[in-house]
Structure formats: C-alpha cells, structure tokens
Design a binder for this molecule. Structure first.
Ligand SMILES: Nc1ncnc2c1ncn2[C@@H]1O[C@H](COP(=O)(O)OP(=O)(O)OP(=O)(O)O)[C@@H](O)[C@H]1O
Ligand SMILES: [Mg+2]
Length: 364
C-alpha cells in the first residue's frame, strides 16, 4: 500500500503542509525539534486514530488553535481512499473516508496499515507486559475488525465486572452475566493473539537469524494468565471460578487477556533478563520486521513502515539488512533522521528527501 499524499493543518508545529511521497524511501531530514517525529506521528494517527506518544488528542493541535486536520491519500490494490481526521481541542474528533463521516471510529481503521519503529520501542523488550499487550492489540486491531470489536467489548465488561467486585454485596446473577461476556469476548482476544504469536514466532525466528548471520535463535511464546489445556473458553470459565475468592478480596479481575504477556527467548534464555543491549535492540528490529510480514499476510499487501530516528539504534550491517528487506519487498518507508550523513550510502532512484525546518517542508 502507498500513502501518496499527506496534508496537515494546524497540526503540532505545522501551520499548513502538503507532501507528496514516493513509493520507495522517503527521508525526513532536519535538526532536532523541527517536526520530523510529528510528521510520522500524523501518519500513525491516520492508521490508528491515536498517537504513539500521547494519550491526549488535544496535544496534536497547534498551540493557540481550535482544531487540527490530518488528511492522507492511500493507494491500495483494491482502490484509492481519502482519509481525513479533524481533531478539536475540545470535543470529539471526526473521521471521514472519501468524504463520508464514520459514526464508529473503529470503521476508520484498516484503510491504512503501518509499522512504527522508534528508539522508544526498546520498551517492548525491557518494559512490563502491558507494552507487549499494546503491541499485540495495535497489530491485530489494524487488520481485524472482529478483534477490535471483541477487545473493546472485553474492556467494557472487565470494567463493569471490576466495579461489581468492589461492591459490599455482590449480585451473583449479574456476576454470572459478566462472567459469560468476559469469557466470550476474552476467548476471541486470546485465540487471535495466540495465533498471531505462532506466526510471529516463525517470522521473527527467521529474521533474527538473518540479522545475526545465523547466530541467534529467537523464539516467542504467548503466555496466558491461566493454564490452557485444550479449550480456551472452558479453561477460562474454570479459572474464573477458581479465582473468585481472591478477586473478591482484591476487588478486581485477576485473570484474562488483560493480564497476558509473551516471552522472548534467545537460545532458551530470556532476552529481557539475559540479553545484551545489542541483542535486545536486534530483537526489537526482528519483531518489527516480523510485524511487517504479519500485516502483509493479513491485509494482502505491505503496510507502510515508519522509522523514527532508529539509525542511532542499529549498526551499519543491520541497517543495510533492513534496507535490503524493505527494498526487495518494495515497502514504502518513511525515515526520520537529524544526521544527513545517514543518507550518504543509500543510493537508488526510488527515494525522496524532505527537509523539515520549524514545521515547514522543503523537497531537496
Ligand atoms: N501542539 C503543538 N503546537 C506547536 N508546536 C508543538 C506542538 N506539539 C509539539 N510541538 C513542537 O514540535 C517540535 C518538534 O517536535 P518533533 O518531535 O517532531 O521534533 P523532531 O524533528 O522529531 O526532533 P528530534 O530530532 O529531536 O527527534 C517541538 O519543539 C515541540 O515543541
Ligand atoms: Mg524526533
């Protein structure tokens, strides 16, 4: 897929900007604090309707203005779409596809897919389980409407169930209803995540070998919060029954996909505990590239790849391998860097260089 155009208005430090992108490599070059990450964030926003770095949409509106606008043209094998989001400082955002207002925000997702990779992603390895759950949810949500729906229903019922568990007297009939809904929606979430992890495991294993000259064996495994013997639904139900007393005391739900995780092992050793900095970085890169392949499998075409300042993170050999992979597969890639030297050894016709300076864009 291809993001051919991007238009920004009163967004972050951009008054107005219009960019036309190439199919291959698109470099965003500029000094620190000029708007490179802001631009990648806008592309991410068109994909997820959320920012990778803030939970507050109002942060995206140019200081002193009422509303930001991000618009993009996406070319896919099945057609061309115009995506538009308006983000007011106060009130709800509005998302349109080809001029039609989307009543449900989740209907907007899926037109543009992306993989975003920034130095912050090291927290995928170093951080807690919530980072890895977020990773799984973002990936599955962008290609699977059924998953999006199940996850949002699960989170709703989880909240209701937690509120109920905190009450002095529990309405057991209501608890039964919540339990059933939790199991139904939670099972969808767990099964999809487990399947994804099976695929990611194979892909990341291959990629880690490629990135380390066949030296390292990476394996990933989904870690559910209760033991799954055969039937997820049945096992979930049983585990809920067993944990009821505990949950009653603590006042919240102790098992379910909101407590799940996945492990990352290199030659059977936990990368989080035993991996060197370099190994941890390579694992993140392998995971991101595996994500690229996974999304291609699901969506039928490659997502766009957003690389935010990652050159400082990876050595020359791995950088070259990364470029080989995106070139061979013709993945539209956006690369931000503050160091123009990063471009020197990258030659080829399919590349475009944008100079970003104080929220203004020039084409070199
Ligand atoms: N809502 C906003 N309105 C106006 N300016 C903003 C807003 N949000 C952020 N900025 C400004 O945008 C500037 C650029 O941010 P950005 O993160 O894109 O820089 P960058 O080019 O990626 O820099 P670096 O190379 O250091 O990563 C910052 O100086 C910040 O103050
Ligand atoms: Mg930046």
């Amino acid at each position: 897929m291809l993001l051919s155009e991007l238009y920004l208005e009163k967004y972050r430090n951009y008054q107005v900007a219009q960019l036309e992108f190439e199919n291959g490599l698109n470099f965003l070059v500029g000094n620190n604090a000029q708007g490179k990450t802001n631009l990648l964030e806008a592309i991410f926003y068109l994909c997820h309707l959320s920012s990778p770095r803030t939970g507050e949409d109002s942060d995206l509106v140019l200081f002193g203005c009422d509303e930001a606008c991000i618009r993009g043209t996406v070319k896919r094998q099945i057609g061309e779409y115009e995506l538009k989001v308006r983000i007011p400082v106060k009130g709800r955002k509005k998302a349109e596809v080809d001029g039609f207002l989307q009543t449900k925000m989740s209907d907007f997702q899926g037109y543009l897919n992306c993989v975003y990779f920034s130095p912050d992603d090291l927290k995928l390895v170093k951080g807690g389980p919530s980072e890895r759950r977020r990773f799984m949810d973002l990936e599955l949500s962008q290609v699977n409407p059924y998953y999006r729906h199940a996850l949002s229903q699960y989170n709703k019922v989880l909240q209701q169930r937690n509120n109920l568990l905190k009450e002095m007297r529990i309405d057991l009939d209501l608890l039964d209803v919540f339990n059933e809904q939790l199991v139904e929606t939670g099972t969808v979430v767990i099964e999809r995540r487990r399947n994804m992890l099976l695929r990611l495991n194979l892909l990341a294993k291959l990629l880690q070998r490629k990135l380390t000259e066949l030296k390292e064996n990476l394996s990933l495994e989904y870690l559910p919060s209760f033991e799954i013997e055969n039937d997820v639904k049945e096992d979930f139900r049983k585990a809920l029954e067993k944990s009821y007393e505990d949950e009653r005391q603590r006042g919240y739900t102790l098992i379910g996909p909101h407590r799940d995780d996945f492990s990352m092992l290199i030659d059977d050793l936990d990368v989080r505990v035993f991996g060197s900095q370099g190994q941890q970085r390579t694992v993140v890169l392998a995971l991101k590239l595996a994500e690229l392949e996974f999304l291609r499998g699901e969506a039928g075409e490659y997502p766009v790849l957003l690389l935010d300042d990652v050159f400082s993170e990876i050595d020359d050999i791995r950088r070259r391998k990364l470029f080989d992979i995106v070139r061979q597969n013709n993945v539209q890639t956006f690369i931000s860097t503050a160091n123009p030297r990063d471009l020197e050894d990258i030659v080829g016709d399919q590349r475009k260089v944008f100079e970003i300076c104080e929220g203004k864009v020039g084409v070199r």
